[in-house]
Design a protein around this ligand. Structure first.
Ligand SMILES: [Zn+2]
Length: 487
């Protein structure tokens, strides 16, 4: 609680000032004589005392939408994906195999048809698309291989904000013990049937919300990629496309192994959210700036992770995000990294405790141990909870104004106050300055700025980390933006 240690505002309150910004102008005028003058000056400049940043915010439409996520529907999705036998990127995708319901081609066609079915149910609200390319031979790609990402677009309703995009993804390819085996069972119920099911379920419930007249000003994309197990090929291609086409992609939620494996040590009350610290895409000069600022824990991916923590406090998803301040688990990687490499904010959701007998294994029994990624090890209620947390995050971000641009912290003079400036955001009616101690993991305090795009706080920039976010009349909060120092 560094604020209490450092803040001049707190000191003034401690010294017994009775002023409050809520009193009427007349009362305020009468109090001027009795109130210590620095106190009044501060309050007039500052507005009300800061609130705790952990205040939840609930949009009843979003709460209603996420309740529609169904464990039973998710079970059907995962069982269907498993029925394709082997969804390795190098498995069959010829017409006969698709017709026989075997291989990755059949999985791809089914996912596409599923998105199209949701779209039909919401009066055509989703645009269903594919992103197909040929991957040339590489370590885990023995011959030129066609890879297809399948996605659905829920276009934003505000023409000024529809170019803002938030995205959820999972990988629909699977593998068994042998990366080059495209025929024997590779059920991939958890890895990553669960993540694919989360993306599909988010599409289903949020498109249903739109049918019920809920509006999302920004665009939401529901993506399923292939090639993850062969080298993140699908996500790499998609992220490069987003970068080349100049997408305003604000957030990527990658769900990989969110099945809540039913091992005795599992903790089904949490889902891990991994986020990188130093951005993979940062240049040498940017790294230098981060070092000077002490900004190692304020990458855009980390701000996204904190946003998810905020959503977790606001909505009853049935599972709480457990933020892990690290790119990924040891010896493993995932599709969020492809987006990080292109400079996008991207995090990974993964169950609390993985069972390595149930991933990347041939289906078999040995010495009484069952191996293989089978549906019976998946906790479908847990996947539904993770889907709710994802859907609430997507809906919150897509309902919120754009994050403020060009956020600056003035550092021209040696002073104990902090002045922040920024540019107006589309859809914003106010802004919030948030801050925390340099050694705190999450935001601690928030102060509303109800007019203008500049704020001076009696808090020393030397002692805390600041962020600025935009809010609208409904209380929706944008992602926070860390300020850059300006001299
Ligand atoms: Zn995976």
């Amino acid at each position: 609680m560094a604020y209490q240690e450092n803040s001049e505002i707190t000191k003034s309150f401690r010294s017994g000032c009775l002023c409050t910004s809520l009193v009427a102008a007349l009362v305020l005028a009468l109090l001027v004589a009795s109130c210590a003058s620095p106190c009044l000056a501060q309050e007039m400049a500052q507005g009300p005392a800061p609130r705790l940043a952990s205040d939840p915010h609930v949009d009843s439409h979003v709460a209603e939408a996420i309740r529609q996520a169904s464990a039973d529907h998710i079970r059907q999705t995962i069982e269907k994906l498993v029925s394709f036998q082997n969804r390795s990127t190098i498995s069959a995708q010829d017409d006969a195999s698709i017709k026989a319901g075997k291989g990755i081609g059949a999985a791809r066609e089914w996912i596409k048809a599923e998105f199209e079915r949701y779209s039909k149910d919401c009066g055509g609200c989703l645009e269903v698309k594919t992103d197909t390319f040929t991957e040339q031979p590489a370590d885990r790609i023995p011959k030129p291989t066609e890879i297809t990402n399948v996605y659905a677009v829920l276009r934003g309703t505000d023409p000024k904000q529809a170019n803002r995009i938030v995205l959820v993804t999972g990988h629909y390819d699977s593998r068994n013990s042998d990366t080059f085996n495209g025929t024997d069972p590779a059920p991939g119920a958890n890895d990553d049937g669960s993540g694919t099911a989360v993306s599909l379920e988010c599409a289903r419930v949020l498109s249903k919300a739109v049918l019920n007249k809920v509006k999302f000003p920004a665009t939401i994309i529901f993506l399923t990629v292939a090639g993850e197990e062969q080298g993140l090929n699908g996500s790499k291609h998609f992220a490069q496309m987003a970068k080349q086409q100049g997408w305003k992609l604000e957030a990527v939620l990658n769900n990989d192994i969110v099945g809540g494996d039913r091992s005795p040590q599992q903790d089904a009350s949490v889902v891990r959210v991994f986020s990188e610290g130093l951005p993979a895409a940062a240049s040498e000069s940017e790294i230098r700036r981060i070092r000077m600022l002490g900004g190692e824990s304020d990458s855009i991916s980390r701000e996204l992770a904190r946003y998810i923590a905020d959503v977790g406090r606001s909505y009853d998803a049935g599972v709480k995000p457990l933020l892990i301040f690290r790119l990924d688990r040891f010896l493993r990687g995932g599709d969020h990294y492809s987006f990080n490499q292109q400079g996008f904010a991207a995090v990974r959701f993964t169950e609390f405790r993985e069972d390595y007998n149930h991933q990347h294994q041939n289906v078999r029994s040995e010495n009484g141990i069952e191996y293989g990624d089978l549906p019976k090890f998946v906790d479908f209620d847990y996947v539904a909870h993770v889907a709710r947390l994802n859907a609430a995050t997507l809906a919150s971000l897509a309902s919120a104004p754009a994050p403020p641009a060009t956020v600056r912290m003035l550092t021209k003079n040696l002073e104990n106050d902090t002045t922040l400036t920024w540019e107006p955001s589309a859809g914003a009616t106010a802004y919030e300055v948030i801050w925390r101690s340099t050694n705190a993991a999450d935001w601690e305090y928030v102060q509303t700025v109800s007019s203008g795009t500049r704020a001076t706080l009696k808090v020393s920039k030397d002692n805390v980390i600041f962020g600025v976010r935009a809010v609208d009349t409904g209380g929706h909060r944008s992602l926070p933006v860390a300020p850059e120092p300006e001299r």
